[in-house]
Design a protein around this ligand. Structure first.
Ligand SMILES: [Zn+2]
Length: 167
């Protein structure tokens, strides 16, 4: 059993709120994330910043696409993967009280699942802790767009297809 970052108990995936050196980073990333969620157009630079912050958590950093998941992206294409992301998020993350919340995302087998663990969009607790999107209510359409954008951006970066964001 791999360590789970989903449960409420403390783990290596917790936000490093008590570490002096990261206080400023956490605060600024939080502000940029709010911009990423709220802006009408998805803010790629803010998303990149948020992904970079999440990658500093050792638990998140160890997730990468494996060969079958990379092949899935290569074979089916980014548009199909994005459509799957939208569908999976809508069914498994967006409801106010998702089924099996905290355990609803397999460790892999689909690039979107892998991306969800890497980007802390795997369950509503991780989403609340890392993306400042509260649990206990349905995700808005804009929040779902944001989560899908985060997932697709991480996958693009993994397969080397992401262009640098403009700030
Ligand atoms: Zn989670």
């Amino acid at each position: 059993m791999q360590p789970s970052a989903h449960t409420a108990n403390t783990s290596d995936a917790e936000m490093p709120t008590n570490a002096d050196s990261t206080t400023t980073d956490t605060a600024s990333a939080s502000a940029s994330n709010t911009a990423a969620v709220n802006s009408a157009a998805v803010n790629t630079a803010a998303i990149d910043q948020r992904i970079a912050t999440i990658r500093r958590q050792p638990f998140r950093a160890k997730f990468h696409l494996r060969v079958p998941e990379s092949e899935f992206v290569a074979l089916r294409g980014a548009d199909v993967v994005a459509r799957h992301a939208r569908d999976l998020i809508g069914r498994r993350l967006a409801p106010a009280h998702p089924a099996n919340d905290g355990r609803q995302t397999p460790w892999g087998g689909h690039p979107v699942f892998r991306a969800q663990h890497a980007t802390a969009t795997c369950c509503r607790s991780c989403l609340a802790r890392n993306h400042d999107i509260p649990k206990g209510r349905e995700l808005t359409a804009r929040e779902q767009d944001y989560v899908v954008a985060v997932i697709c951006r991480w996958i693009d970066t993994e397969i080397g297809a992401a262009r640098p964001s403009r700030t």
